[in-house]
Structures are given as structure tokens and as C-alpha cells.
Design a protein around this ligand. Structure first.
Ligand code: MG
Length: 495
């Protein structure tokens, strides 16, 4: 609409200007002046071609797998609201988190950096470390650009006041400071954890509160925030505490799906996404809002039916196979992101900070390395747009375990967490892990998404190229497996 108005002004101004200027000046001089005016107005229209600064909503599930949404192949329950979000926007097929665990993955989402670059993570119940207050989060970038900011949900980046959301760029916070299983009712370690706090900003408002209500409570806070801030620009970050185990759904969703409690939990998260979109529409700001849905890491498979599904991908949470780090990634911004489109280029949560910063009319931090790239050409459906990542790395802790470039993924020798699911647990308790090893292996993800067939011998030149790219990551970010300390890493926050 803004662009149409500017074009109208362009035409009207040109006609009036033409009549006036031709009376006062000679024809040739008038034509020169007109050329300048047209150029200036064209420049104005070019600026109008840039997308307007949107509100930003990030819905971030916990341990939801690649195969856990209807639009990514889930069965046994339905996710109509998230499927609609995907249909109205662009689902990514090759969208990655940077770690197969909760905390380091969130470091990347909020800093635009690989976890090791920005301190690694922390923030569990007894951890003394977390996201350093010296890091610049997406919330800080957007708050400095005039946005109102809120986080409602699971934080898991440190629980001292300076590392909690309100110390890291969020105006408001409500939620659990870390995972939902870090409480006295843990199925395997009941004596390990203290009472689980529910927090508002930096205050504890309840201990071991009813976890069946969490998704609803986060949603209500989010809807209220949208209503209150509909006149201003805002960034809403909603990191759900579920479907991380132990699973809980509110009464309305219990026993509603064939899949059992896991399906009930996903149904409630889907309901929540529907509530958020409905609130945006009701506030008249749906067209002005970029909504993103993803999850922090893959499914926790050892929990059997209480864990999710990685669909066709190998393994799950805690591993650098695709099942651990490839996630649903849905981007929706009506009128700006082409509806009904799909992106199959490699993109990642690290890319959201630089991309959103640009859309917000600002820029990422310039005083430090940011690993993420601007993926707006992909999100906006620019013809021929390619992934900005020549290579994407997969770290397990401090160890560089794999690297992807284009269709190729090279694993370096490492042990990995797995489980024997011959007797699939159904009661919310996990089976024991086993730790097999994988040797150096090259997989063609285009033809072998499940990482089943090592084709290293057929493609030695690819192995050589990916090894060289991996060596650059080792020098830069370090690698515990080959004793590289890393030249460009920053420290974590400490209590
Ligand atoms: Mg998680």
C-alpha cells in the first residue's frame, strides 16, 4: 500500500511540477530538472521496495523432531495451525540448529553464532555458567532499534539476574529458567534437582507449579503482549517447555490423539500457534508480522513413545546425525514471503539474527564475529537464491563431528549416543543409551537423507574438499577431538 501511494505522489507531483517549471524556465532546462526529480522520486520508490520493519514472533519448541508436524509427515495427530502457517509461508526442508542440545542451540538462536563462538551455553539447574551478558542478543539488537521485547517460556541460558532474559534484552519474562525435567520428580534422578521455579522477570512466583498449564500460560502471556503492543513494533520469543519430557498437556488436550500423550502435547502447541496468529489478525497486524516456528533440537528417542520423531532422519537429540540437528523451519510473513513455497537450501537458526536485524532496519553487531548470514533472499523467494553457507558444521560439545557442504555431509570418526528400542518404553521412562562409533563417512544427503550409505571411496575429491573446510572451522572455533583450542571463541557467562 505504501508503495502504491508513493507512485501516486510521483505522478501527481510530476504533472504539477511540469506545468509550473515549463512556464518559468526554458524547455531544455526544465527537462534537466525533471530528470533529477524523477530520479529522486525513483530512489524513494526503491526504498519503498524494501520490506517494512516487521514485528517478529519466534515460536521455538523443545525437543520437537523433524517429523513431528503434519506438514513434515507426522501421523497419529494433526497440526492444522502450524500446517496453515507453512501453507501461508515457506517451510524449509534443510533448516538447522547448531547443537543437538537445549542450551547451546538457544545460544545460537539469540546470538547468530555457533555455540562455541559465543561461550557454549550452560544455565541448567546447578550450572554456574550461561550466556555471557557481554554477548549481544537478538532481543538487544531489536530493542535498540525501538522494538518492545518479551520472552515467555523456557530460557536455559543462565539463571542469575544478569543472565536471565531481562538481563539479555527482553523487557518482560515469564517462564521456567531451564528444562521442565530439572525438578524433584525426575524419573531417574529424583534427588538431583531442587524445586523448579516459575519466574516473572527475576522473581520466583511459584515452585513446582502445575506443568499441565505451562503451554496455556505462555500462550496467554503472548496474546496479552500482542494486544498491548499492537501499536508499536515488537519481538515476541515463545520458547515452549514442551515436548521435552516429562510430558504434560492441559485437560482440554488430554486423551485427544491416537499417538497418546506426545500427540496431545503437540496438539496443544499447535493450538498455541493458532492463538498467536489469531491474536495478530485480531489486532490487525498479521500482515506486519514475521512468524517463525522451529525447535531447539531433535527428538529424545530413548524416551520411546514419550519422545518425538525425526521422520526419515537418522538418530535424534544428542547426536550430530540429521535427526539431532535438522528441524522444521517455517517462515511466514503474508505478502512478503511467498505463500505455498518451499525452500530446500541450507539455512539455520544462526541466520535469523542478521536477517531479522536487516528487516528491522538495523544491523548485526559489527565489533565481533557473527556466523549467521542474511537469508532474506531465500525467505523472499528470490529466483536462484542459494544458501549463503559454503559449509555448515556439526559440533557435539567441543568436538567437530561432521560438516555439510551442499548435498555432501562428511562425518569424522566419533562415538554417538543411541538406544536399542526393541522394547519401546511407553511409560515416560527412558531406555539406557548405547554408544556405537562411526568412522569417517561421506553421505549424499540429496539421495540418502537417512545417512545410511558411506560413499567416501567413490568421492575422494569431495572428502578432501570437506576436510579442508573442516580444518578452517577447527582453527577458528576449535575441536576437542583433534586438540585445537580455537582462535576466535568468546567465554561463557559466569555467576
Ligand atoms: Mg531441547
Amino acid at each position: 500500500m505504501k508503495q502504491i501511494n508513493l507512485e501516486g505522489i510521483h505522478v501527481i507531483t510530476s504533472i504539477r511540477f511540469q506545468k509550473c517549471i515549463f512556464r518559468r524556465l526554458g524547455r531544455s532546462l526544465a527537462l534537466s530538472v525533471l530528470t533529477l526529480v524523477v530520479a529522486a522520486l525513483s530512489a524513494t520508490c526503491a526504498i519503498a521496495d524494501e520490506p517494512p520493519r516487521p514485528n517478529v514472533v519466534i515460536l521455538f519448541a523443545d525437543d520437537l523432531g523433524y517429523g513431528d508436524l503434519g506438514c513434515y509427515g507426522a501421523t497419529g495427530y494433526e497440526t492444522p495451525h502450524l500446517d496453515q502457517l507453512a501453507a501461508d509461508g515457506m517451510p524449509f526442508t534443510d533448516f538447522y540448529v547448531s547443537a543437538a542440545g537445549c542450551s547451546p542451540s538457544r545460544v545460537s538462536l539469540l546470538t547468530g553464532c555457533y555455540p562455541l563462538r559465543a561461550g557454549g551455553g550452560g544455565g541448567s539447574a546447578y550450572s554456574q555458567s550461561g550466556l555471557s551478558p557481554d554477548e549481544i542478543t537478538l532481543a538487544e539488537v531489536l530493542r535498540d532499534a525501538g522494538y518492545r521485547t518479551a520472552c515467555f517460556g523456557k530460557w536455559h541460558l543462565g539463571w542469575s539476574p544478569d543472565m536471565l532474559p531481562t538481563g539479555q534484552g527482553f523487557d518482560q519474562y515469564f517462564g521456567l529458567p531451564y528444562s521442565i525435567d530439572m525438578w524433584p520428580f525426575h524419573p531417574q534422578r529424583p534427588d538431583t534437582y531442587p524445586d523448579l521455579p516459575l519466574m516473572r522477570d527475576t522473581e520466583v512466583v511459584a515452585l513446582n507449579s502445575d506443568p499441565r498449564l505451562l503451554t496455556r500460560q505462555y500462550t496467554e502471556e503472548a496474546v496479552k503482549f500482542i494486544r498491548q503492543n499492537r501499536q508499536s513494533r515488537f519481538f515476541l520469543y515463545l520458547p515452549y517447555s514442551l515436548p521435552h519430557v516429562p510430558l504434560f498437556a492441559s485437560k482440554k488436550f488430554q486423551d485427544t490423539t491416537e499417538r497418546g500423550l506426545y500427540g496431545d502435547v503437540i496438539s496443544e502447541i499447535d493450538w498455541s500457534a493458532g492463538q498467536i496468529v489469531a491474536a495478530l489478525k485480531s489486532a490487525g497486524i498479521h500482515q506486519k508480522t514475521l512468524v517463525i516456528f522451529s525447535s531447539d533440537n531433535g527428538p529424545w528417542l530413548s524416551y520411546g513413545t514419550h519422545g518425538g520423531s525425526a521422520g526419515p532422519l537418522r538418530e535424534g537429540k544428542g547426536t550430530t546425525f540429521e535427526g539431532g540437528m535438522r528441524e522444521p523451519g517455517i517462515m511466514c510473513w503474508p505478502g512478503k514471503i511467498p505463500a505455498g513455497s518451499v525452500c530446500s537450501e541450507v539455512a539455520a537458526t544462526i541466520d535469523l539474527l542478521p536477517t531479522i536485524a536487516k528487516l528491522a532496519g538495523t544491523r548485526p553487531p559489527t565489533d565481533r564475529i557473527i556466523d549467521g548470514k542474511d537469508i532474506w533472499p531465500l525467505m523472499s523467494g528470490q529466483p536462484g537464491a542459494k544458501s549463503p553457507h559454503e559449509a555448515y558444521c556439526y559440533y557435539g560439545g567441543r568436538d567437530l563431528q561432521a560438516i555439510r557442504s551442499g548435498r555432501w555431509k562428511l562425518h569424522f570418526p566419533h562415538a554417538y549416543r543411541s538406544q536399542d528400542l526393541t522394547n519401546i518404553p511407553t511409560d515416560g521412562t527412558p531406555v539406557e543409551y548405547v554408544f556405537p562409533r562411526i568412522g569417517q563417512s561421506l553421505f549424499d544427503l540429496e539421495n540418502d537423507i537417512g545417512e545410511t550409505t558411506n560413499v567416501a571411496d567413490e568421492h575422494p575429491e569431495v572428502v578432501k574438499r570437506l576436510t579442508k573446510l573442516a580444518d578452517e572451522f577447527r582453527e577458528d572455533l576449535g575441536d576437542g577431538a583433534t586438540n585445537h583450542p580455537g582462535k576466535n571463541i568468546r567465554p561463557p557467562g559466569r555467576r
